[in-house]
Design a protein around this ligand. Structure first.
Ligand SMILES: C[S@@+](CC[C@H](N)C(=O)[O-])C[C@H]1O[C@@H](n2cnc3c(N)ncnc32)[C@H](O)[C@@H]1O
Length: 298
């Protein structure tokens, strides 16, 4: 739990903030780089761990979520008929397909190593002209007061990286602030996290990585039920020939129920339009494998 309680001001995050966006962000979009939450105090640290995870994120997620949710998000983006903002865009698993169908795509993420991968993906896909990628914190979106998009996406458990009610409220209010009345907020929660069995140092996955390397994931899972937290302690052991490198980090997630999230949405100025139990539009139930909420700005 030490990792969860570490304070942001102890970490040299702000020093790495990019001053200029390399993906064509227009200057009228951004108010400032490096939101206050990146330098000020907060006991929650759900953003931690992602930098170390970046080299392995796509490798692992090709074997887990894969492309199951891509169609859902590209359909929502098409229907939005306007700019799309993705919170926690990461390495761009969804950003690239969404940027192909949206007239303008903006992605924000706090992790520079995750964003480096996304930027090169966008370059390879020749999508840099209508995309803007910014390193920042979703709890205080760094956009100009008048900037608006038509869809804010919070995919694949993104909001579960917010470990306190204050952080969730700040993020929902920030999302409401960049949407016009009737604009859409899409949220995908991963309901299985609190159901995850606890275990210690289990070999999760193993296989080849690029460049002739091989990797094994050794994982431990802890449930901190009094705080609705699930903590994954990850150890990626990478082999390159006979050279062995170990990468250790933890990721923490907080899972609220759908009614709890719906209540926070109402308080932040949204109306819940639909709650789905899968990516094809199936009706939601508490034991559904996916919890998707589509809300509109009131
Ligand atoms: C589960 S990944 C999702 C990546 C991508 N959207 C996808 O679906 O594959 C969550 C991402 O959220 C980012 N993140 C977590 N907390 C954040 C925060 N407070 N502000 C900005 N980004 C954050 C992490 O760096 C990570 O890239």
């Amino acid at each position: 739990m030490v990792r969860l309680l570490r304070r942001e001001r102890d970490l040299p995050v702000a020093a790495g903030v990019r001053r200029r966006d390399s993906c064509g962000a227009s200057s009228e979009l951004f108010l400032y780089y490096g939101s206050p939450a990146m330098t000020s105090d907060s006991s929650a640290a759900g953003w931690e761990g992602w930098d170390a995870y970046a080299p392995f994120y796509d490798w692992e997620n090709r074997r887990t979520i894969g492309r199951r949710d891509v169609r859902f998000w590209t359909d929502l983006a098409r229907r939005a008929e306007g700019p799309v903002l993705e919170l926690g865009c990461g390495t761009g698993r969804l950003s690239v397909p969404v940027a192909r169908v949206a007239p303008r795509f903006v992605g924000i993420d706090r992790s520079a190593p995750m964003l480096r991968r996304l930027r090169s993906r966008l370059r390879r896909a020749r999508l840099t002209a209508r995309t803007a990628i910014v390193r920042g914190d979703i709890r205080a979106l760094p956009f100009r007061r008048r900037w608006r998009c038509r869809l804010v996406m919070a995919p694949y458990g993104m909001l579960q990286s917010l470990l306190s009610d204050e952080d969730l409220t700040a993020t929902l209010e920030a999302a409401a602030g960049v949407l016009p009345r009737g604009g859409t907020l899409g949220i995908d929660l991963v309901p299985e996290l609190p159901r995850w069995q606890e275990y210690h140092r289990r070999v999760g996955l193993r296989g080849p990585l690029s460049g002739g390397r091989r990797v094994t994931l050794i994982e431990s899972v802890r449930q901190v039920r009094e705080h609705a937290l699930t903590v994954f302690d990850q150890e990626f052991v990478e082999w390159h020939g006979s050279r062995r490198t170990v990468h250790r980090f933890s990721l923490a997630f907080r899972t609220l129920t759908v009614p709890q999230v719906a209540e926070r949405l109402e308080q932040a100025g949204f109306r819940v339009d639909a709650v789905l139990g899968d990516y094809a539009g199936e009706e939601w139930s508490p034991d559904a494998s996916v919890w998707v909420i589509v809300a509109r700005r009131r």
